[in-house]
Design a protein around this ligand. Structure first.
Ligand code: 13P
Length: 249
């Protein structure tokens, strides 16, 4: 329903010295894809990634940002720094950052607002653990994550946000959610957005699925009405696999 966007999340993989050539490979391999193609890279890979993607259809994103403009935050990177480099997208609230780096629904909201203020497109991640799924609280949890992420964000701004539904149990495990499971939650997310904003606005959001998406399952997942692309981990590290996914849109 929203615009199709397939974004790679490299996580802590690839070196700055291999980035330029790899992004050039992605540019070649993804030519003719029927979706927006994004590579989200580690901070230190952003400059060569942007150089390689300049003037092409591929957009570059970061994997995180800080919510303050500037100041005494050793080791952090601001939205202005990303914009200054030419970054266009930023992943916010990935489950790995929620688990290992103290990311909370509150910091996700602050970061989303900051990204929007500075003209970056946030890719906001939500998703349940296996324990939460088995307890039958998936949609309750996702509703809280979405409502808190979008607190104090107008409908006009909200529609610029990409939402990635990533069930934690499917990330890096080879265990993909079935297309029906993924569609059920992505459709549920659209209903939450319709309640928060309006029915018509909810149709404009891009809602991605992420979690062991690969060339073999991408077409079936993205054929579902509420799945508008993917956030790809492992399969984004091999240009041929990533390109096959972008061509499944
Ligand atoms: P995998 O595709 O490796 O399961 O990772 C998904 C993910 O976490 C993307 O953000």
């Amino acid at each position: 329903m929203g615009k199709y966007i397939v974004a790679g999340n490299w996580k802590m993989n690839k070196l700055p010295s291999e980035t330029y050539d790899y992004v050039k490979e992605v540019v070649e391999a993804t030519k003719g894809s029927n979706c927006e193609v994004v590579c989200c890279t580690p901070y230190v890979c952003l400059a060569p990634a942007i150089e390689a993607a300049k003037g092409t259809h591929v957009k570059i994103g970061a994997e995180n940002l800080h919510f303050e403009d500037k100041g005494a935050y050793t080791g952090e990177v601001s939205a202005d720094m990303l914009v200054d480099l030419g970054v266009q997208y930023v992943i916010i609230g990935h489950s790995e950052r929620r688990e290992y780096n103290n990311e909370t629904d509150e910091t996700v909201n602050l970061k989303t607002k900051k990204a929007l203020e500075k003209g970056l497109i946030p890719i906001v991640c939500v998703g349940e653990s296996l324990e939460q799924r088995e307890a039958g609280i998936t949609m309750d949890l996702i509703a809280i994550q979405i409502k808190k992420a979008f607190a104090d964000i107008s409908a006009e701004d909200a529609k610029k946000v990409v939402i990635a539904y990533e069930p934690i149990w499917a990330i890096g495990t080879g265990k993909t959610a079935t297309s029906d499971q993924a569609e059920e939650v992505c459709g549920g997310i659209r209903k939450i957005l319709a309640d928060l904003y309006c029915e018509k606005c909810s149709l404009e959001f891009t809602i991605q699925y992420g979690g062991s998406m690969n060339p073999g399952n991408a077409a079936e997942l993205m054929a579902k009405p509420n799945i508008d692309g993917g956030l790809i981990g492992g399969a984004s590290l091999v240009a041929e696999n990533f390109a096959a996914i972008t061509k499944s849109c």
